[in-house]
Design a protein around this ligand. Structure first.
Ligand code: SAH
Length: 261
């Protein structure tokens, strides 16, 4: 230590640029401490990124693949999208846990498995134009953006919509975020190859059924709070066939006044 603190040869490099006389002991100590702390901070940052990558891998293997999601593109997208970027900073360490998480304004980011399941159900493809109802954190839209040609997503709560738009437009060119009530869909760009709804109405909104292309698929949680079923609707010969797949728990689809649809 004395070699560094006491060796004037070393401090002669520092002196000409910032200190006119002999560099005092306390200042030497301060410079060394600052340097060491910066190195430590850089190291921690790298560790955190590395950990998230392994957490993400574990999430895909243990929560998604293990429950029967086998679409290779869906697995690839969930491995790629950094879920921790879409949750509030204080919750980043829990971003890859097997659960939904609060994102503010009483809303949630869906559980990773549910995001993967809903994505697999619509059979994503690079030619598809998809409508998402309930942008929330923007995570589901990001997964879709990795797999589809274009994603149109609508969020009712302005603060969430703006936050999601900021991160999504920074990461993707093929995502369009609209703020407002999505009950009527997005008629100007309809019809859609697929519609993915991430808030639960008590029955499927007619405008969304109308905006689904022939041969298209809609995945939607339907029902009262506590008794919802995740349903898949397929359109053939202008008729919709509805099939319930699993029981789920989503936030309700509401209008601007908070009234449930
Ligand atoms: N897909 C989201 C999860 C969203 S949670 C994600 O990946 O994080 C459901 C969202 O639907 C909430 O943000 C809620 O504000 C929104 N929502 C509820 N009713 C809505 C409506 N009528 N139109 C648009 N968004 C609505």
């Amino acid at each position: 230590m004395n070699r560094v603190f006491g060796n004037d040869g070393f401090w002669r490099f520092v002196r000409p640029c910032c200190f006119p006389g002999r560099v005092p002991e306390k200042l030497r100590l301060f410079i060394i401490a600052t340097f060491c702390l910066s190195l430590l901070a850089l190291n921690c940052q790298a560790d955190v990124e590395k950990d998230y990558k392994s957490e993400r891998e574990r999430m895909v293997v243990e929560q998604i693949e293990a429950r029967g999601i086998h679409d290779q593109m869906v697995l690839w997208a969930t491995r790629k999208v950094q879920r921790h970027q879409f949750v509030p900073e204080g919750l980043r360490k829990t971003a890859y846990e097997d659960t939904a998480l609060p994102i503010g304004e009483g809303q949630t980011i869906s559980q990773p498995y549910i995001v993967a399941l809903m994505t697999e159900v619509i059979k994503p493809h690079p030619d598809m134009k998809v409508l998402e109802i309930g942008t929330g954190s923007g995570y589901q839209a990001a997964v879709l953006a990795e797999l589809c040609k274009s994603v149109y997503t609508i969020e009712l709560v302005e603060i969430l919509g703006k936050r999601a738009r900021q991160i999504l437009t920074r990461l993707y060119k093929n995502v369009h975020v609209r703020i407002g009530d999505s009950y009527r869909g997005w008629p100007e760009v309809a019809p859609f190859d697929a519609i993915l709804v991430t808030c639960a109405p008590t029955k499927v909104p007619q405008p969304l059924m109308d905006q689904l292309k022939e041969g298209g698929r809609m995945v939607i949680p339907v029902g009262e709070s506590g008794v919802q079923a995740l349903c898949v609707l397929t359109k053939k010969n202008k008729r919709l066939k509805q099939q319930a797949i699993i029981p789920v728990l989503f936030v309700p689809m509401v209008n601007q006044k908070g009234k449930k649809y």
